[in-house]
Ligand binder design. Structure first.
Ligand code: PAF
Length: 290
């Protein structure tokens, strides 16, 4: 595995790869890698000749009171994981390398961002699409891989790719969970012992929603209410949202009669956790095609 720190070197390598007709899979990350990330790498490895992974904690997608400075970082550990999973090129730019000057052109996501995390983290997805636009140009990827856990991110990236005609195929990979069901996340490291034992109730709350649907409940408002009550009585966290929406368009639905996503976000002391299930109208977990 080769570690690349400059855009110029990455672009020179990509030019060569393209001349040699190599199919490039790209896994953009912010590091502190866990099995959720390695599932993306493994899929990229299966589908492509070459796998590029980036690790870049992107300041543009953090709000002023968010955890940019404290976001967990561990370059040595990440390099080992990337190498073990067959990454060919690990792109590790600095903030100065990616943003040498104040950006003179700004990108704003306006659709699919007024719900869920986009509502409580204004500007977050504009930061995400800006960095991804740069990374898509730099890596010239054929395939790009994202986790289902960040479902709104997948929906916004889907729109970015189609609105700006990026010649890249988006792959959404199922959420990887701990043995008790908690979705793997770099931010789980912020949880104290009590919060870690409570965090699993996010997953259980989604299972409860699923059970309601199996029992014939069709009213999203009733399900959302039950899920909120359940999270409130089992955790010390503060609910940011519980929403039932279409996917990937993220529109509200009146009745459960189509594929949908139920998504939850809960703020613990230092960690804001998110999770979701994508389901068909009968409550079966579904992989919704983009
Ligand atoms: O999901 C993430 O880790 C980030 O939002 C991404 C896609 C790497 C962009 O900075």
């Amino acid at each position: 595995m080769k570690v690349i720190r400059t855009i110029q070197e990455m672009q020179e390598i990509v030019k060569q790869l393209k001349q040699n007709q190599k199919k490039v899979g790209f896994v953009p990350t912010m590091g502190y890698l866990h099995e959720g990330h390695t599932a993306l790498i493994d899929q990229a490895r299966n589908n492509n000749d070459i796998v590029i992974m980036s690790i870049f904690v992107n300041p543009l997608q953090f709000g002023p009171n968010e955890d940019f400075d404290k976001y967990p970082r561990d370059e040595m550990h990440d390099k080992q994981i990337a190498e073990d999973h067959g990454v060919d090129y690990l792109f590790l730019p600095t903030v100065d390398e990616m943003y040498p000057d104040q950006m003179g052109i700004s990108m704003t996501a306006t659709d699919r961002v007024n719900v869920l995390c986009g509502k409580s983290r204004p500007g977050h997805f504009s930061g995400v699409i800006t960095v991804l636009t740069k990374l898509f140009h730099i890596t010239q990827a054929d395939d790009v891989y994202f986790g289902n856990k960040d479902a709104q991110q997948v929906a916004v990236v889907d729109q970015l790719i189609s609105n700006l005609n990026f010649p890249v195929t988006l792959h959404m990979i199922p959420t990887v969970r701990e043995s008790d069901g908690l979705a793997k996340s770099s931010r789980n490291v912020y949880l104290n012992g009590k919060e870690r034992s409570e965090a699993v109730y996010l997953y259980h709350s989604l299972c409860l929603a699923q059970q309601k649907i199996f029992d014939g409940e069709k009213n999203p408002a009733i399900i959302v209410n039950e899920v909120k009550k359940y999270i409130q009585s089992n955790t010390s966290g503060t609910i940011d949202y519980v929403e039932i929406l279409t996917f990937p368009t993220l529109q509200p639905i009146e009745e459960i009669n189509q594929q949908f996503i139920i998504a939850v976000a809960v703020q613990f002391d230092k960690a804001r956790l998110i999770d979701n299930f994508m389901m068909s109208a009968d409550g079966k977990i579904d992989h919704i095609a983009l």
